[in-house]
Design a protein around this ligand. Structure first.
Ligand code: FEO
Length: 391
């Protein structure tokens, strides 16, 4: 249990050991499920709960906080890492009402079989008094599901933003101190959870623009007592601006694709371009996602495997397609022995991407002089594109 301000406590759980989220997202720094207890002069509210695996921690914290009743259980987001303990809290505090919007209510009924009679449905901008404190609900859809809302505590100027502005970081200190570390974990979080909804985040940030926010209290990671730090980072990530940086993600079975990649990487470095080379076998996909937040382009390199793309390259293409980074170009390169549909398959998996797709470069066997010349041309094309983007 940690204090945000007098009468405002963080009563959720730190998950130091969790290493995977949604069974796909690597969590090298663990995570937390923050839940906030707000004691008003007349009513008591709990904003979000915790992942079901940590219900006991939440209930212990509520007991230690001396909570004898909860009037309002605000659910900002129906995903189970924040809602999973709602049934247990309702069992302990049967008079509590779940406060949320219509969409979230329906999801909570579907996901957790919560009785419809338990809900108070709120509208965008609606306020709810706790006596000396007021909750204001601001609908912020798609951070990270369509039902998501943020809750603003008017008198204390605190925004409880749930996933929005969150970071997968387990830390004992409640408030952000180590900004570079938080920047990196928040960027990883943004890349994996928020980036696919970049356009909608622009709208949500716009919606929050006129609120006086002194503290942002997300439901993952640490609390920002200098909100400008994370708001500015988000503005940078959602902007259309990309860096002079390219990601080369590759897999190689017998070395031909690796040689191709290594040649291209050297050629790009010689042209002053920052290159991130990822061997997809064993790569931290989260790190690749982080770099994709502001990379100008991605080169995907694959050998031909049973007549098509190597599954590791297909997996990377599928992720890029799902995460929708703001990259401006994509290139597919690789090697083959006697033919195959590697390029067609990867192209198909990248169908959502709006990036310009460069002419694929396929090499028969290992790269030879003519292939190195073509790789130089590709490096030149990438360099020209970066110059154009800088203007
Ligand atoms: Fe942290 Fe979308 O749940």
């Amino acid at each position: 249990m940690r204090q945000v301000k007098p009468d405002i406590l963080e009563v959720g759980a730190i998950d130091w050991d969790r290493r995977l989220f949604d069974e796909i997202i690597p969590l090298p720094d663990g995570t937390s499920y923050n839940a906030y207890l707000i004691k008003g002069s007349e009513k008591i509210a709990l904003v979000d709960t915790v992942d079901p695996t940590k219900t006991e921690t939440l209930l212990t914290n509520l007991a230690e906080a001396g909570v004898e009743r909860i009037d309002y259980l605000v659910s900002n987001h129906a995903e189970q890492d924040h809602s999973g303990s709602i049934p247990d809290v309702l069992e302990l505090f049967p008079d509590a009402k779940v406060v949320t919007n219509e969409k979230c209510k329906n999801m909570l009924i579907d996901l957790l079989s919560i009785d419809e009679q338990k809900f108070i449905v709120i509208e965008d901008g609606q306020e709810l008094s706790l006596g000396n404190k007021t909750l204001k609900f601001i609908f912020t859809p798609w951070v990270h599901w369509p039902e998501t809302i943020s809750t603003y505590l008017v008198e204390d100027k605190i925004l409880f933003s749930c996933d929005f502005f969150g970071s997968h970081l387990a830390a004992g200190e409640l408030f952000v101190k180590d900004k570079p570390r938080v920047y990196e974990t928040a960027k990883r979080y943004y890349a994996e959870i928020m980036m696919p909804f970049r356009g909608l985040i622009v709208k949500n940030l716009e919606k929050l623009k006129n609120l006086k926010i002194e503290i942002i209290a997300p439901s993952h990671g640490q609390v920002y007592d200098e909100p400008k730090f994370i708001i500015d980072a988000y503005k940078q990530w959602i902007s259309d601006v990309v860096e002079n940086k390219v990601i080369i993600a590759y897999v190689s079975m017998h070395g031909s694709t690796r040689k191709t990649v290594e040649y291209l990487v050297s050629a790009l470095i010689a042209k002053g371009i920052a290159v991130l080379q990822f061997d997809l076998v064993g790569a931290d996909i989260g790190k690749l996602a982080i770099e994709s937040v502001d990379a100008a382009g991605i080169v995907l390199a694959s050998p031909t495997f049973l007549g098509g793309a190597h599954p590791a390259a297909a997996y990377a293409a599928f992720l890029v397609n799902a995460l929708r980074p703001k990259i401006k170009y994509l290139a597919i390169i690789g090697s083959f022995g006697w033919g195959g549909r590697m390029v067609e398959q990867l192209k198909g998996l990248l169908a959502n991407s709006k990036a310009e797709l460069f002419e694929p470069l396929l090499i028969k066997g290992e790269p030879k002089n003519e292939d190195f010349r073509k790789l130089d041309e590709l490096a030149e094309k990438i360099a020209s594109k970066h110059k154009e983007l800088k203007k």
